[in-house]
Design a protein around this ligand. Structure first.
Ligand SMILES: *Cc1c(COP(=O)(O)O)cnc(C)c1O
Length: 399
């Protein structure tokens, strides 16, 4: 007998550490952009695993790829070679600026790898004191200690004792402030090309290009955290492509495995050479199952038309949000790129999430007042219309 939803939720608070504030909804299965609870009620999923399920739920090709690989070899050790890992690395490199990849299992781990690689490169290339990393206020890079230190949000760091030394923070989208903060010990600048958790903040068009120029002039590494913006989320495979520049190191996770945990740290040959055998490792990193899933995700994005489909859906969603923001004064701004869209509100966003849930649409709120939308790339125009109708219904109650 499956547990009834309320019993399960009570048991969850009894047995699980209290790290999440969850919505009162237990999900049982998913299909495409829809998820279902135990009572069979259907919800439109515009959270999508927080930007993970880029091809929706239970995509038949991904299910098949995982199933086939599971029958063959789920896991081995990085003491040996496996074909899916090498093939995935080759595919990522063919379609990005990078020459080398390190695989891990999550976004925070990918960023840990990037931080270690940047420090080691700078120590080897320059001197042992040149290890400082600048990151952005309101950024989000993960919850393990170095990534948490990189995360420019004091509220998230509070109560955990000393952070990792060697990080400083500057305001996002402010090149002058950044330049003023550079010291001879600055090894790297690490940022998200679009701040996602930070409220879907898109920088000025020239900011990243000028940042690239500055980093090249000063021989400082530029690290892009594309954990959320990568894998087609903004309409191109990687967000940096839209800003006409390239980073030196890039991290990926979220959408990469279409729901299977996998992270990656990519770098140019010159930078990647700082890692030698024994300097970094991961037991699960790049295992055949995760890599088979990611290979299928890339197939579907690049050859299966899903990248274009996401881009088209993004335009349609942005158009709808433009209309909403003209109609409702509580929307300060509609912003974003591709299928990473936000509605910046002058009111508390959290109750709206609950009201959308009651109307069977799952959305998310960041920074307390920005509604964030990261649906699968396969979301249809009629599903977007359903979202827009529910939002307009919810906003009407306060206008
Ligand atoms: C989600 C996220 C992370 C952390 O990823 P995890 O897989 O939760 O560790 C890091 N950076 C960015 C930009 C993210 O959106």
């Amino acid at each position: 007998m499956p547990m009834i939803a309320t019993e399960l939720q009570e048991n969850a608070s009894r047995y699980l550490m209290n790290t999440y504030s969850r919505l009162p909804l237990t999900l049982e299965r998913g299909q495409g952009c829809l998820v279902y609870d135990a009572e069979g009620r259907e919800y439109l999923d515009c959270v999508a695993g927080i930007a993970v399920n880029i091809l929706g739920h239970a995509h038949p090709d991904i299910v098949e790829a995982i199933t086939r690989q599971a029958r063959q070899l789920i896991h081995t050790s990085n003491l040996f070679y496996t074909e899916p890992q090498t093939r995935l690395a080759e595919r990522l490199i063919t379609h990005s600026f990078a020459d080398k990849v390190f695989f891990c299992n999550s976004g925070t781990e990918a960023n840990e790898a990037a931080i270690k690689l940047a420090r080691r490169y700078s120590i080897k290339t320059f001197n042992p004191e040149r290890t400082e990393i600048l990151t952005m206020l309101n950024s989000f890079h993960g919850r393990t200690l170095a990534s948490l230190t990189a995360t420019g949000q004091p509220a998230l760091q509070k109560g955990f004792g000393p952070m990792v030394p060697g990080f400083r923070y500057v305001p996002f989208n402010d090149l002058e402030a950044l330049e003023a903060s550079l010291t001879p010990q600055t090894a790297a600048i690490m940022l998200e090309p679009i701040q996602a958790e930070g409220g879907v903040v898109v920088p000025d068009i020239d900011y990243l290009k000028n940042l690239r120029k500055l980093c090249t002039e000063r021989q400082i590494l530029l690290i892009f955290d594309e954990v959320q913006t990568g894998m087609g989320r903004t309409g191109t495979l990687f967000a940096y492509e839209q800003f006409n520049m390239q980073p030196d190191i890039m991290t990926l996770a979220k959408g990469l495995g279409g729901g299977i945990p996998i992270g990656a740290c990519l770098a140019s040959d010159a930078v990647a050479a700082a890692f030698e055998p024994g300097t970094h490792a991961s037991t699960f990193g790049g295992n055949p199952l995760a890599c088979a899933a990611a290979l299928k995700v890339l197939d579907l994005l690049l050859e299966g038309g899903k990248l274009e489909q996401g881009r088209t859906a993004g335009h349609y969603l942005a158009k709808g949000f433009g209309i909403l923001s003209e109609r409702f004064s509580c929307i300060r701004e509609a912003r974003g790129m591709g299928l990473l869209q936000g509605l910046d509100l002058s009111i508390d966003g959290k109750p709206l999430v609950m009201e959308c849930l009651e109307r069977r649409v799952l959305i998310n709120c960041t920074m307390g007042h920005v509604l964030r939308f990261v649906p699968p790339f396969i979301i249809s125009h009629s599903q977007i219309d359903r979202l827009l109708t529910v939002l307009s219904d919810v906003f009407s109650k306060r206008a």
